[in-house]
Design a protein around this ligand. Structure first.
Ligand SMILES: Cc1cc2nc3c(=O)[nH]c(=O)nc-3n(C[C@H](O)[C@H](O)[C@H](O)COP(=O)(O)OP(=O)(O)OC[C@H]3O[C@@H](n4cnc5c(N)ncnc54)[C@H](O)[C@@H]3O)c2cc1C
Length: 400
């Protein structure tokens, strides 16, 4: 279960799905070959030289831990009346907040548009608060953000930075056809918005190839699944968004440089969080938005605000602010290695607790622990990241 969650959001999940290892339905849509990807000779993409990653622990420049705000019943996107204010909640996006942000913001703003007035407040300045603010501005509203902290000093900043719209977004037991419909709308809206952000200076959003590596055939388990308290999650992306995925391809020996017998190449959308956060913030301010530092201790304090409509985009903060114990913290740790602009591919090595994203602000190395679920502890575990970097070094023959 945990292994699947790690895969999800790597793009590798889709690469593995097309092997049948997850009882995959064949991918749909024009981007995917009409026969199993294995059988397709890719004459136009010959093997190319890949720049090696300089994997050593002394090159770790940042080590971060944050908690995903997971709600087993899915994100809370609904309006509520508190006193004379309309509060539109938009929080609890688990491991998919960046990916779903634009679509989630559209739903939230639509709820607010039923209300009179041209001024709105947004509480929170993470991925969800900023995109909610921008969508509200596009709808012609004047927006003030109130937040305890702002990007880059918020949890959103410590995300991996990949398109992972179904990562810990809802538990299987709570999934309903209505939720699936809503989720698909949010995901597709977001996906299309991201395609308008390609090719901008600083590359806030880009598509990258990745290599999904395995010591054993893909239809065999790579090792025992780690025991975990995590619930079962639905495979929404593979089932409902298959047409949005470029196909994955099995690579033959000699078509990749890695010292493993099995490899697949996939393509995934990535977010360069540093440049992307800066872009969102700049756009918000350029549209006339203002930002105020303020911490709320109780929803009663919303009454002090001059705006009648208040978006609550406080993420994990909603747990304390609203006493919403349905939010489960799911710990996640990433390390960044010194940037290497020449490295332009992701890596996922099955059974080795290794997920690598070639971000512009550093080579991001993610590893997970068995006790991540329902764990609010954000103390960095340096040994975990050093171990992941050591695994990475093995792929380049540089392990000590
Ligand atoms: C390790 C890790 C990797 C991830 N990778 C990905 C990924 O690759 N792709 C993806 O889509 N998602 C990913 N996620 C999930 C994503 O990061 C979250 O879903 C998202 O950041 C949630 O954003 P948010 O704006 O709701 O919350 P936050 O970023 O926590 O922002 C909350 C805001 O509210 C403010 N606030 C909170 N409480 C109060 C209060 N009482 N008063 C005033 N202000 C308050 C905070 O200061 C902050 O400004 C990852 C998460 C983790 C932990």
């Amino acid at each position: 279960m945990q292994r699947r969650q790690f895969l999800r959001g790597t793009g590798a999940a889709v690469a593995l799905a097309s092997t049948g290892a997850f009882a995959a339905a064949p991918p749909r849509g024009p981007a995917v070959p009409p026969a199993p990807a294995d059988a397709i000779a890719d004459h136009f993409a010959p093997p190319r030289a890949l720049a090696p990653i300089r994997a050593s622990a002394d090159r770790i420049i940042a080590l971060s831990v944050c908690t995903r705000p997971f709600r087993p019943q899915g994100p809370r996107i609904e309006a509520e009346r508190i006193g004379r204010k309309t509060i539109v909640h938009n929080y609890g996006h688990g491991g998919s907040g960046w990916s779903l942000s634009w679509g989630s913001a559209e739903l939230a703003v639509r709820l607010a548009q039923a209300q009179p007035g041209e001024e709105v407040a947004v509480i929170g300045c993470g991925a969800i608060g900023l995109t909610t603010a921008l969508v509200a501005q596009r709808a012609g509203l004047r927006v003030r953000i109130y937040a305890k902290d702002r990007l880059p000093d918020v949890r959103s900043f410590y995300a991996t930075g990949v398109w992972s719209p179904d990562s810990r977004v809802i538990a299987q037991a709570h999934t309903t056809p209505e939720f699936e419909k809503r989720w698909e709308t949010m995901a597709r809206t977001s996906f299309h918005r991201f395609q308008t952000l390609l090719g901008l200076p600083g590359e806030p959003v880009e598509w990258r190839d990745g290599y999904f590596l395995s010591d054993v055939p893909f239809d065999q388990p790579a090792g025992p699944d780690s025991e975990s308290r995590e619930p079962e999650y639905p495979d929404l992306e593979r089932r409902l968004l298959a047409d949005l995925h470029p196909g994955a391809r099995q690579l033959m020996p000699g078509e990749h440089p890695f010292p493993v017998p099995y490899a697949r190449r996939y393509t995934q959308m990535t977010f360069n969080i540093t440049a992307y956060s800066r872009l969102l913030m700049d756009d918000f301010l350029a549209n006339g938005g203002t930002l105020h530092t303020r911490e709320f201790e109780s929803p009663r304090q919303f009454a002090d605000l001059r705006e009648k409509v208040v978006f609550n985009a406080t993420g994990y903060g909603a747990r304390a602010l609203l006493g919403d114990d349905s939010i489960v913290p799911v710990r996640g740790q990433t390390a960044r290695l010194v940037p290497q602009p020449e490295v332009d591919y992701s890596l996922f090595w099955r059974g080795h607790n290794l997920n690598v994203i070639p971000r512009r602000d550093g080579i991001l190395v993610q590893a997970q622990r068995d006790d991540d679920y329902d764990n609010p502890d954000i103390t960095p575990d340096r040994a975990l990241s050093e171990q992941a970097v050591a695994q990475l070094a093995k792929l380049f023959g540089t392990a000590g």
